[in-house]
Design a protein around this ligand. Structure first.
Ligand SMILES: Cc1ncc(COP(=O)(O)O)c(C=O)c1O
Ligand SMILES: N[C@@H](CCCC[NH3+])C(=O)O
Length: 421
């Protein structure tokens, strides 16, 4: 479902007129659709029906408490990468027993807290991390549930900054070395091996790299079973892409069918393995957008700029990855002159843009939307140029709730101090 659409020339999110919302909240402002988020989570969940599974939403994509709350109510699991994300899951009513912890740099403090609250599994990314976890678990009198995150060396055919499953990446343990590490893990008193994990990258628009990674991981699973490991689950990570422009990523059901079909072809001893998946972007990406207002139109010798009130500190993806997000006016007005603009923000960087060469019929004061901003939008925002973070709003039918208030400049100054004396 696309929760965003024009009615009588005015853009709505579900049943809310976004121009009315913008008047109340001001701009810039992130807007999410609760029903779109829920529908996407359910699409993944239903796609794996018939197989023991858990959809562990990747919190990093959008960690707003209201988003986590909505998913926790559906029974979602969570994939976290920091102690901070763990606290968010707990604060939102998420179940630690359905939470897995990924990331290459978990600290002993983060491990201790995760053990205390009883998370489902640590996806361990190196042998030194495994040793530290063993020591921390021993100190708190627990055994740590563990999967090794293996790196299957598969090219996910995505932006190099978000590819993680190639052997030159910092993520995971080389799959060729993993069997030996599992054997050593068995000798560690405070570690319990639960499964195998892998994640190859983000914004994948084809199922074949997922299937190839699965095949490589299943070979290891077979070896481990031969070694006598009683594996409970297989974590296939996240990474399914969304449509930003003209991509045609598989739907969750096609992604699931491809994986389930391939799994089916392995013998019966593999069929009781519980499947974990960690989608982030594919659940929230197209359930959110960024509202912004045109401040000035500026015509230079060979190009025109629309200077808007949102900037790279609010939505970093265009500046960081040269990512393309659709940009459209909130109210259609065909009487206006169409022109090609670079859509830029107020930040003092030449790389501060939201879109290049967009043909739009706009005037100063107009409201615009930057689409597909529900994932890796607000979570990657910063206070660069002392710009307060913008509000986040959750639309629910014909109502909406401000689920993160706009920061003020005093919020930004408060933690700092002048020199003593
Ligand atoms: C371990 C892990 N799981 C899940 C995800 C979620 O990825 P995506 O938002 O592409 O589904 C990521 C990020 O790429 C990740 O590193
Ligand atoms: N931040 C990236 C995705 C990172 C995935 C993290 N493992 C993006 O906006 O596309």
């Amino acid at each position: 479902m696309n929760p965003f659409g024009y009615r009588n020339g005015r853009l709505h999110a579900e049943d809310v007129d976004l121009a009315d919302l913008a008047r109340e909240t001001g701009t810039p402002c992130y807007v999410y659709s609760r029903s779109a988020i829920e529908e996407r989570w359910r699409a993944f969940d239903e796609a794996f029906t018939g197989r023991d599974h858990l959809v562990c939403y990747a919190v990093k994509a959008n960690s707003n408490l209201a988003v986590l709350d909505a998913l926790a109510r559906l029974g979602s699991g969570f994939d976290i990468v920091s102690g901070g994300e763990l606290e968010r899951v707990l604060a939102a009513g998420g179940d630690p027993a359905r939470t897995v912890f990924s990331g290459v740099g978990k600290t002993p403090e983060e491990m201790r807290r995760a053990l205390e609250v009883g998370i489902a599994c640590f996806n361990v990314e190196s042998e030194p991390e495994l040793q530290t976890l063993n020591a921390v678990a021993g100190a708190v009198g627990r055994r740590a549930p563990v999967s090794l995150r293996v790196n299957p060396d598969v090219d996910p055919a995505t932006h190099p900054y978000i590819a993680t499953g190639l052997k030159e990446s910092k993520f995971g343990i080389d799959i060729a070395a993993a069997r030996a590490v599992y054997r050593r893990a068995r000798g560690l008193e405070h570690i319990v091996v639960k499964g195998v994990a892998s994640h190859i990258g983000s914004q994948l628009t084809d199922v074949s790299p997922f299937v190839l990674a699965l095949e490589r991981v299943m070979e290891l699973v077979g070896d481990l079973m031969d070694d006598g490991f009683d594996l409970e689950h297989l974590d296939l990570g996240g990474g399914l892409g969304i449509r930003y422009a003209d991509e045609t990523p598989p739907e969750p059901v096609d992604y699931a069918l491809a994986l389930l079909d391939r799994l089916q072809r392995f013998g019966s001893r593999y069929q009781r393995l519980k499947l974990l998946i960690e989608p982030g972007r594919a659940i929230v990406g197209n359930a959110g957008l960024l509202l912004t207002r045109v401040l000035y139109l500026k015509h230079a010798a060979d190009r025109s700029f629309a200077v808007v009130d949102a900037a790279m500190n609010d939505l970093l993806r265009p500046a960081l990855y040269d990512a393309w997000h659709d940009i459209a006016p909130l109210q259609l007005d065909e009487s206006r002159e169409r022109r090609v603009y670079d859509i830029v923000g107020p930040v003092c960087e030449s790389g501060d843009f939201l879109g290049h060469a967009r043909e739009l019929a706009i005037a100063p004061g107009d409201l615009l939307v930057v689409a597909s901003a529900g994932a890796y939008g607000a979570v990657m925002s910063s206070n660069y140029n002392t710009r307060p973070r913008v509000p986040e709003v959750m639309v629910d039918g014909d109502r909406y709730h401000v689920v993160r208030r706009r920061e003020s400049v005093s919020d930004l100054l408060a933690p700092e101090s002048r020199l003593p004396g």
